[in-house]
Design a protein around this ligand. Structure first.
Ligand code: FEO
Length: 169
């Protein structure tokens, strides 16, 4: 049976992952509208990935005999100030998510819930990758400094990203 504090924290994280997906889908819509089809593709896949994260938590709560309660998802921003602004916000958001996953791990440790600790390790590792991949894009955008040719090349590169479910679900 799932510890009540752990169950509540996992439910919060389901909401946070759904919010992330909604946020990235909003960024995708903005980028698409601004003519950055490749970056929009990257962001759409990012939004899909967040849904797989949410599902992984959802299935885990059920597997442990817990109860999922879906709450309202906060509204997301819809206007941004160009790709640099968007990816800087993604970076900040992923840093925040890393903090949430770490807090979740703290709850599992405090409650001596070894199964949840083991489950959460995947997310701890995933956040390292998430932060590194967005850091790369932020760095590229910094180098490009809005140069048209550079933006075009980066956008083309980001169009090549394909969705792959890495959660093992
Ligand atoms: Fe679900 Fe981008 O972390």
């Amino acid at each position: 049976m799932l510890n009540k504090n752990v169950e509540a924290a996992l439910n919060e994280q389901i909401n946070a992952e759904l919010y992330s997906s909604y946020l990235y889908l909003s960024m995708c819509a903005y980028l698409q509208n601004e003519g950055f089809a490749g970056m929009a593709n990257w962001m759409k896949i990012q939004a899909q990935e967040e849904l797989t994260h949410s599902n992984k938590f959802f299935d885990y709560v059920n597997e442990r005999g817990g109860r999922v309660w879906l709450k309202a998802i906060d509204a997301v921003p819809t206007e941004f100030d160009g790709p640099e602004d968007v990816f800087k916000l993604v970076q900040e958001h992923e840093q925040k998510v890393t903090g949430l996953v770490n807090n979740l791990m703290d709850v599992a440790i405090a409650e001596n819930d070894h199964a949840t600790k083991s489950f959460l390790q995947w997310f701890i590792d995933e956040q390292v990758e998430e932060e590194a991949s967005v850091q790369e894009i932020v760095d590229s955008l910094k180098l490009i400094k809005g140069n048209g040719h550079g933006m075009l090349m980066l956008d083309r590169e980001m169009k090549a990203r394909v969705f792959a479910d890495s959660t093992g679900e």
